[in-house]
Design a protein around this ligand. Sequence first.
Ligand code: KIV
Ligand code: ZN
Length: 504
Amino acid sequence: MRVIKIFDTTLRDGEQSPGASMTADEKLQVARQLARLGVDIIEAGFAMSSEGDFEAIKRISSEVEGPIICSLARAKEEDIKKAWEALKDARRRRIHTFHSTSDIHLKYQFKLSREEALKRSVEMVRLARGLEDDVEFSPMDATRSDRLYLCDVIEAVIDAGVTTVNIPDTVGYTTPDEFGNLIKIIKEKVKNINRAVISVHCHNDLGLAVANSLSAIISGAGQVECTINGIGERAGNCSLEEIVMSLRTRKDFFKADTIIKTEEIIRSSKLVIKITGIPVQPNKAIVGANAFAHEAGIHQDGLLKEKTTYEIIHPESIGLQSARLVLGKHSGRHAFKERLKELGYELTQEEIDSAFERFKHLADQKKEIFDEDIEAIVSEEVYRIPETYSLIDLNVISGITQRPTSFLKLKVGDTIMERTDYGDGPIDATYKTIASIVGTKSKLLSYNVKGITGGTEAMGEVTVSLEEDGRTVRGYGADTDIIVASAKAYINGLNKLAYLKRGR
Ligand code: KIV
Ligand code: ZN
């Protein structure tokens, strides 16, 4: 059985999804979960792209153990040095550098000849190898590059010392047979190919990213680049959960597997949804809400008799459990802490104390506390940011004959401010009141509300995305009252904007 390496790029290519930018704290949370999931390599960002990315890579390098930590770098001296600088505290690290090889890119974007591009790639790989033994090179837009030139570049960069050569389908243009053949051509024509691992990096513009990556594995690729929930530039990247579960479920066919702890898949998916605010469609393979919902009577009948009649993956194998009663009003701090541990959360004492306060408050409102409720409480900790604004009180009037009105008390710095405003509905009225107290110029780009567990007493989770001065942030709030959850989410987003404005 071949073991395929999983190179996760949720924090780099995934973050290139419109509206998915993450703060350093959020990236660290995702990186910790990726380590739990057991990915081989975490591409933590693109160090040269911003100070925020540099900081995030640096923190992940020093705080996350297990996977190799990697930074992307253009084939430029300053990029490579910056990547190394960000990575140097990691126990195991990788520099990933890239240069386009397609004539379309060389002619129109870089105005370079093929020879110049090859020379630059080799020089930059040498520079990277001088700093680090583990170096990956990507010939960008490989699938639209001249095959012989592509092979020349690959051979030259391997001679210069790369240990992984990654073949990107940058614009999601290739098809499974064509891509599988390309990997075969590379194996046949590149003389020194056995000195490097062949990796693939597929985009999903035609919905073929997973199929193309699987075809490449059949042809000999030993590493797949992918993202949680398939997020990424444009239509996204190869989805981690789909490629991993394809290999795990059809080991018999692919004769290959990964070392991923699949039981962590759902938690990883949920965390990325919460942090990026990008939901997955209900029918999304593996992690969609309907992926294990059997509707047809004939299927349900078969399942009740024998699960394997209609189920090819056990829901438990990806970490799905039916909502389970866990704790209640009388549960103490110790039980709460133990349950957090069982759910895989590592929180600081301060975070545990604050989460426990919220738990007690929730237990007063809701008889049964499920794992999902605890996860929502923890999410608020994940989203916690120094508070410029905090919600003190909220009262709302709404109904058929009443004009929706919101009375709100907000603490701004040391001052308590009170205001009343009206709106089209209770949430609109509340958001107008908050906006007029804060005097924000931000725009509300999206608002999503979701019930966590069934029933009218269930907690509601609200995620908003706000934009100001070209910056997009997400806010999160959870409460049994969805208007309070909505206010919390908006205030959380405004706190993030205030935090970023202070230059953090
Ligand atoms: O899609 C792409 O070509 C990339 C490279 C930088 C690997 O993301
Ligand atoms: Zn990409």
